[in-house]
Design a binder for this molecule. Structure first.
Ligand code: SAH
Length: 294
């Protein structure tokens, strides 16, 4: 007897196999490791290749930030291994993860390493892939939608816009030792009008102080997007000088953005329209000359 989830699973798997064949996606060969991005949260944001990998894998090692709803599409009997860092369990060391990937691949398994966002963006995907290269294990990288772009899009904040920023800088607020990394803050501050910060909640006070000291305007708009693209997404719009205070009231995971592009949310918060009937301001930067408009 099949239960309902099993029937749904096999229907979804059959549909995904058909799609994979019609798109000419590569076969997931035994003994290979695929390092794939699951996207920032909304399961709909995984790529076709990522979905194909989930449906075909024998073993899936997944991170805390990869949405577990996606695992429902794994093949029946696939081994699902949580290799994240939280949840009160002893956390996996990076070396253990890489070692496990190598051992499983050597056993001839199709191994999927599923990571939040994009595996090569602040996600140690490159470290894991280098270990595979050293061990002579064949691997494929499947990019994903990164939180610093897709997460902002769900908050109605475009990562670039020609009226606000022709450049964007991505930084992490969390160095190897847990402290703010030792960056050239003067260069970061002048480098581009928009700065997107991953893993910043713990060091936000210091980050904001460094940027203001390096010449950024304390009144410049900023936003904190928590649980981006999940049902629980929350967005706090603030200014650079209040970023530290507001970060303390925000939950992780959170992505920070500093720059004039944050103002565009007034006109682009499409999710706010869907969820609470928010009215959008079609001229969030005050650029349209009212006399000549229309
Ligand atoms: N590889 C991931 C980033 C991993 S680093 C990616 O490309 O998105 C982990 C950091 O990513 C978190 O501390 C947070 O800053 C950000 N992040 C990941 N998922 C997020 C989400 N759903 N909402 C907000 N921030 C997120």
């Amino acid at each position: 007897m099949f239960d309902m989830p099993t029937i749904l699973n096999s229907a979804a798997r059959a549909a995904s196999a058909k799609l994979a064949a019609s798109l000419g996606l590569p076969a997931f060969e035994p003994g290979w490791v695929w390092l794939a991005g699951a996207g920032p949260g909304d399961p709909g944001l995984i790529t076709m290749l990522g979905l194909h990998a989930i449906a075909e894998a024998d073993v899936i090692l997944f991170d805390a930030l990869a949405n577990e709803a996606l695992l429902k599409l794994a093949r029946p009997g696939a081994e699902l291994v949580y290799a994240g860092k939280r949840r009160g369990k002893p956390s996996w060391k990076q070396a253990d993860i890489s070692h496990t990937l190598v051992l499983l691949a050597r056993k001839g398994k199709r191994v999927l390493r599923l990571k939040g966002g994009d595996p090569f963006v602040f996600g140690r995907g490159a470290e894991e892939a280098l270990e595979l290269a050293r061990a002579g294990i064949p691997f494929r990288i499947v990019p994903g939608v990164t939180a610093g772009i897709g997460g902002l899009a769900y908050a109605g904040i475009p990562v670039t816009h020609r009226d606000t920023n022709h450049a964007v800088t991505f930084i992490t607020g969390h160095g190897i030792d847990g402290k703010l990394p030792a960056l050239d803050w003067s260069a970061i501050s002048r480098g581009s009008p928009t700065i997107v910060v991953y893993m910043a909640l713990a060091n936000t006070d210091e980050l904001a102080a460094k940027l203001i000291e390096a010449g950024r305007d304390a009144h410049e708009p900023a936003a904190i997007v928590s649980d981006a693209t999940h049902d629980e997404q929350s967005v706090r719009v603030t200014t650079l000088e209040h970023l530290g205070r507001d970060a303390k009231e925000s939950t992780a995971p959170a992505i920070l953005v500093i720059g004039e592009n944050v103002r565009l949310r007034e006109g682009l918060d499409w999710l706010g329209v869907l969820q609470s009937g928010r009215t959008l301001n079609p001229d969030p930067l005050g650029r349209i000359d009212i006399k000549h408009a229309g």
